[in-house]
Design a protein around this ligand. Structure first.
Ligand code: FES
Ligand SMILES: [Fe+2]
Length: 332
């Protein structure tokens, strides 16, 4: 098998939370246009200050709503001034278009966390973002050539830790799947010799790292662990880049005393991966020793696709407009 139907297939998008960039981009008065999970979206803040996400193509003639203006949390299209609320309803039209207020823009669940914007690629979130309280440092976004699923899988790939990162396991890593959306590896590892960074990490950790690496959906992953006495919490977010490959973002979460060592551990752990991932053309040739990878790919294969959510929403929308037409005919 050279390709899975969903896992690592660049032709489809699995539902999940996708990062739309720093929340500071929504600080100004205007809307923000982004390319995310293969669509053009517009993000803006509602009157309550919370983020909203709509398809950016106006339901009228397809103008880019990111060129519109915001008025009391409602988005007015720049072309003919149809105006949309955060849930996608057209709430006002100029008088020449009276009666067109039934138009809808597709809306997407959106929220703000760790100083970033997140949009669910689907109609209703199937799972929450990981519960990781605390402020976060965001490392600069990276472009990788590998598919987001393949990048997210990297922390489950136990056998590359020794080859690429010089880590020796203490005991066998433990694999489990807490639910249909999470694959978790629990491990203890000794930091080997090899350079200044490894020396820092060894000094910090007393030579042993304890960590749980958990994938969340198919494009997020979390490390929760300890380097010595210091807790380390890291979130990885991988989204498809519009030109292929991934945009990967790393969040170091917790107080400054835990973010600093987390940064060192991450620099040590991630350093070797990029070169390999950028030249990799993925084949799902999992061996029995790759049980964690196969388990993760299997979960990804079962995730619904964004298209399925869009089709279901379209059916509901057309049922809704049929209902309102019926109601109109009945004079309600
Ligand atoms: S294209 Fe948006 S109002 Fe006409
Ligand atoms: Fe790695």
């Amino acid at each position: 098998m050279n390709r899975c139907a969903r896992f690592a297939n660049p032709g489809v998008v699995t539902q999940g939370w996708y990062c739309a960039g720093p929340a500071s981009r929504l600080k100004g008065a205007g809307p923000l246009g982004v390319e995310l999970f293969g669509r053009r979206l517009v993000l803006f803040r509602g009157e309550d200050g919370l983020p909203r996400a709509l398809d950016a193509r106006c339901a009228h003639l397809g103008a880019d709503l990111a060129m519109g203006t915001l008025d009391k949390g409602r988005l007015r299209c720049a072309f003919h001034q149809w105006t949309f609320s955060g849930d996608g309803r057209c709430v006002a039209c100029p008088s020449a278009y009276a009666g067109h207020e039934r138009a809808r823009a597709r809306s997407w669940p959106a929220l703000e966390r760790w100083g970033a914007l997140w949009v669910w690629a689907g109609r209703t979130p199937l799972f929450a973002l990981p519960d990781l309280p605390g402020p976060a440092w965001r490392l600069p976004a990276q472009r990788l050539r590998a598919h987001p699923h393949v990048v997210a899988m990297n922390g489950l790939d136990v056998h590359h830790f020794r080859a690429v990162h010089g880590l020796e396991f203490v005991g066998e890593p433990r694999l489990d799947q807490p639910d249909a959306y999470r694959t978790r590896l629990t491990l203890r590892a000794r930091v080997g010799n090899g350079g200044l960074l490894a020396g820092f990490v060894r000094a910090l950790s007393g030579g042993t790292l304890e960590a749980e690496f958990t994938t969340v959906g198919a494009n997020l992953a979390v490390i929760e662990g300890r380097a010595g006495k210091v807790p380390v919490r890291v979130l990885f977010s991988h989204a498809p880049h519009p030109d292929g490959g991934s945009v990967s973002r790393t969040f170091l979460i917790g107080n400054v005393w835990s973010r600093l060592p987390a940064a060192l551990v991450m620099a040590h752990i991630l350093g070797g991966d990029r070169a390999v991932l950028d030249r990799l053309e993925f084949r799902p040739g999992f061996a029995p020793a790759d049980a964690a990878l196969a388990a993760f790919a299997d979960q990804a294969e079962r995730l619904p696709l964004i298209d399925e959510a869009v089709e279901a929403a379209d059916r509901a929308l057309s049922r809704g407009s049929a209902a309102s037409e019926d109601m109109g005919a009945a004079g309600v």
